[in-house]
Ligand binder design. Sequence first.
Ligand SMILES: NC(=O)C1=CN([C@@H]2O[C@H](COP(=O)(O)OP(=O)(O)OC[C@H]3O[C@@H](n4cnc5c(N)ncnc54)[C@H](OP(=O)(O)O)[C@@H]3O)[C@@H](O)[C@H]2O)C=CC1
Ligand SMILES: CC(=O)N[C@@H](CCC(=O)OP(=O)(O)O)C(=O)O
Length: 337
Amino acid sequence: MINAGIVGASGYTGGELMRLLLNHPNVNIEAATSRRLAGEAVSDTHKHLRGFIDLKFEDLDPEEIKERCDVVFVAVPHGTAMNIVPELIDNDVKVIDLSADYRLKTDIFEQVYGMEHADPRDAVFGLVELHPEIKDQSFIANPGCYPTGATLSAAPLADAGLLNMAIFDSKSGITGAGINPTPASHYPNMAENVQAYKLTTHRHRAEIFQELNRLDANLTNVSFTPHVVPSIRGILTTAHLFVNDDLSVEDVRGIYSEFYKNKPFVRVLDDIPSLGAVRGSNFCDIGFEVDANNGRIVVISAIDNLVKGASGQAIQNMNVMCGLDETTGIWTPATSP
Ligand SMILES: NC(=O)C1=CN([C@@H]2O[C@H](COP(=O)(O)OP(=O)(O)OC[C@H]3O[C@@H](n4cnc5c(N)ncnc54)[C@H](OP(=O)(O)O)[C@@H]3O)[C@@H](O)[C@H]2O)C=CC1
Ligand SMILES: CC(=O)N[C@@H](CCC(=O)OP(=O)(O)O)C(=O)O
């Protein structure tokens, strides 16, 4: 059995990690940390886990976590993970950081996040579909939620060297903003409303750019605009992908199907993806149309931000790092459309 620990287990991704890990045949949830809720039952906060988990939150120091755990998921805000991760890194422990702290090269991180990095070190970007080298790693930077959907929507065309310009427009459910309420997440501001934000400056643009540019070094024109919609979970991305060549529907389908062959969590569809069809699951659904007159392919991707965008993807990474089939414990359908 793999003994797993979750740092920051009182938050949304921590709760989702536990929901999913409870179904994992090779994992025992050994520790769930919280500073605020130490001593309280996990299921008093994560009420969806009632009857399934008999664990109390603990306020553990890294040494105690390392002694008890084989794998540690770090699910705390960016800017704080970098003070926790270094003390967890150890030959006998695998660490998966869900925050943004290790996803970008350090100099880019410092520019984008406007802070000095307390622990400059390289990490492999944990998008399993693009990074086969994950299997030999003991430390992984789990991707951002928006970058997961956006990058997967465009990667096959970038890899084929066909992409000239990419414009991503994404709509996220409100759990993407974490468990602490803000004016933006206040119900009257959120319900029956759609809000665009950080139109040209969102920090996830750098992550999307990094990953697509790694596939095609000539690709420089990448834009991203996020929106928050009155949904609890999910990220729907509309990718406007401008290509150099005339591509038919069959060409595009061939490129995507070939690229995602043997990638069980990416489903290339004949129709248009929707959030309802991936909710609660680790799938990324992709559909497209060719706008031949404008040299544009419109690709839609749909993920659940808490699953493929965070906790499910973290478990997918753990599976690969531990030599398990990547689908172990997370091969479940969505809740319903
Ligand atoms: N929500 C999402 O859709 C996604 C989130 N992420 C990233 O994953 C990480 C976790 O996200 P999420 O679960 O939504 O966040 P939440 O805000 O819901 O929860 C984070 C938890 O971290 C703990 N925490 C906060 N500050 C510190 C600190 N300084 N030291 C130790 N623990 C701390 C808190 O627990 P307590 O106060 O009880 O100790 C809190 O409950 C973040 O970096 C987030 O950006 C990534 C992809 C998607
Ligand atoms: C809706 C919403 O507010 N989303 C968050 C991003 C979600 C997130 O978790 O960011 P990381 O993946 O980098 O950790 C935002 O725009 O800042």
